[in-house]
Design a protein around this ligand. Structure first.
Ligand SMILES: [Zn+2]
Length: 547
């Protein structure tokens, strides 16, 4: 495989030469940082949208001899992902050596309450992305933060008369439980905002030193968006709309209200009351929400300063991710993330599922209702992550039926391992199925198409099995794909008592059948089914399984 310079992958819009010195003159880079980062030596800087510097080629000679992509990669990556930065589906490649892995940062939950399944739709699409990268042979380093200090957590803790850490602890535990219930692979790091304050203080200091942050007359520290020419690049804000010099202190603000935002908020009595105030050289206070993610992600990937993927819900594009880019790139002079990947909302009757609208369902609601996580996963995969998805009980019921059919098929494949003349045909179907799934997911994670291939395989595979053939290759292919989609129902297990009861019923039914008392045999089968036991009569005797 030939080595490809990473900055050539994203179709530069404009290349300007010899601009390192110009950046220093404009105050965007300190001379020392420019030298350390190779900017002063830079002959070419690649610009994407707007004037912000995205990538620097230290020197053409070195750029042409970049080290090869990690040799252990099984195959050239064929994944293409929609990048919100460019609004295009682009071929994905992680940064080459020395990073040698895919770094992925996903904005985590704000632990002021239980996360609802709209939040989990985002976490699930990120799980699919992570699993597919791993399936494709990549080593992924996944970081998900926990926002355990922000406007909402502080307000909620104060209302409950608790300290912040006391208040958030049960919601953090609940988040991990819900994650496990929904079979989301745990991230490799879960930095918590309250435990990352020193990194945040360092970042604010750096932004102050660089002159892109200032102290407002309310004592808080703000980011000056006018000092960062690329502000609005991600969300495509028209820079003329920027309200230069106007400030906003709250973590969340309207899309049409781009203003200088708070990096560090001066401690208020309510912050002190719940234990959400820290000393800093620029005054006692607490971090703004946007600052938290910049500091935690940069800290987690040190010494690198660029993430391969930053993901989240579409509602985070502005202001949260726009502000993350501004803070991070103004501090490091490097592109913050190469791919920005955003998932659409989960709607209920056309309205975004949200605590604000009171139309939300939590993961624990579903668990208490006995909903199998496989059904929810399948339901979500059946709509592309960049399309809004309307949640309804009917859709969930249909997905439940889908995972049941899949489970039956998987059991048939496991069956008795018979091998016959049709083996190759089933193995062929399996190979085509796996290739179709891979092609679908390579195409900007087209999970609906992968699911269509899955159920086509179930249909065609069942037909082959009806002819009495079996194939280990088919089962292995299905299991590999399940490593990505993970939509087989949770296995119920029978305890010893239930097992004895089942065996007794089956023995009684056999006796009834021998005596040609089919009415009694049917009654016993119905009794078994009522307790979730499916039976199948085979030449080797009656087999049972729990559904
Ligand atoms: Zn974030």
């Amino acid at each position: 495989m030939s080595a490809t310079a990473p900055f050539l992958n994203t179709a530069p819009l404009l290349i300007v030469t010899d601009v390192g010195a110009r950046l220093v003159r404009r105050g965007l880079l300190e001379p020392a940082d420019a030298a350390a980062g190779g900017w002063l030596r830079a002959r070419a800087l690649v610009f994407r949208r707007g004037p912000v510097v995205c990538e620097a080629a230290p020197a053409p000679a070195r750029a042409l001899t970049l080290p090869p992509v990690r040799p252990t990669f099984p195959a050239p990556m064929t994944l293409a992902l929609h990048n919100t930065l460019t609004r295009r589906v682009e071929p994905f490649q992680p940064l080459p050596l020395p990073h040698a892995r895919v770094t992925m940062y996903t904005c985590g939950p704000t632990v002021w309450n239980y996360a609802h399944i709209g939040n989990f739709r985002t976490f699930l699409f990120e799980d699919l992305l992570r699993r597919f990268l791993e399936y494709s042979g990549y080593q992924v380093f996944h970081i998900m933060n926990l926002t355990d200090v922000d406007d909402r957590t502080i307000k909620a803790a104060a209302a409950a008369g608790q300290r912040l850490d006391e208040y958030t602890a049960p919601f953090i535990r609940a988040f991990y439980e819900d994650r496990d219930y929904l079979r989301i692979r745990p991230a490799h790091a879960y930095p918590r905002a309250t435990q990352s304050i020193p990194a945040m203080v360092r970042l604010v200091e750096r932004l102050l030193e660089r002159g892109v942050a200032y102290r407002g007359d309310d004592g808080s520290i703000y980011f000056a968006i006018a000092k960062f020419p690329g502000y609005g690049r991600l969300s495509r804000l028209d820079t003329r709309e920027l309200k230069i010099g106007a400030r906003v202190a709250s973590d969340e603000y309207a899309k049409d209200d781009p203003r200088d935002f708070a990096l560090w908020k001066k401690a208020e009595p309510i912050d002190e009351q719940v234990g959400a105030a820290w000393d800093a050289p620029f005054g006692r206070g607490r971090p703004g929400w946007h600052l938290e993610c910049s500091a935690m992600s940069l800290e987690a990937i040190r010494p690198a300063q660029t993430l391969d993927i930053h993901a989240g819900g579409v509602d985070l594009i502005f202001p949260h991710h726009e502000d993350e880019i501004a803070q991070s790139e103004a501090a490091t002079g490097r592109p913050f993330a190469r791919f920005w990947v955003h998932g659409e909302f989960l709607n209920v009757r056309g309205t975004k599922m949200s605590k604000r609208f009171g139309n939300f369902l939590t993961a624990r609601d579903l668990r208490e209702q006995g909903v199998d996580a496989a059904a929810l996963r399948l339901l979500f995969w059946q709509t592309h992550y960049r399309q809004p998805l309307d949640f309804s009980d009917e859709a969930l019921d249909a997905a439940t039926e889908g995972v049941r059919r899949l489970s039956e098929f998987r059991d048939r494949l496991s069956g008795d391992g018979r091998r016959g003349t049709g083996d190759e045909r089933l193995a062929e179907l399996a190979a085509r199925f796996e290739a179709d799934v891979r092609t679908a997911l390579d195409d900007d994670l087209n999970a609906p198409r992968a699911c269509a291939a899955l159920f086509e395989f179930v249909r065609a595979g069942n037909r082959e099995l009806d002819r009495g053939t079996g194939s280990g290759a088919a089962r292995e292919a299905l299991d590999r794909v399940m490593g990505v989609l993970d939509v087989l129902p949770t296995r119920r297990t029978a305890d010893a008592e239930l097992e004895r009861w089942i065996e007794a019923r089956i023995a009684a039914r056999d006796k009834a059948r021998k005596a040609k008392d089919f009415k009694e045999a049917d009654r016993l089968r119905a009794e078994l089914r009522a307790r979730g036991v499916e039976i199948e009569d085979t030449p080797a005797g009656t087999k049972w399984r729990l559904t």
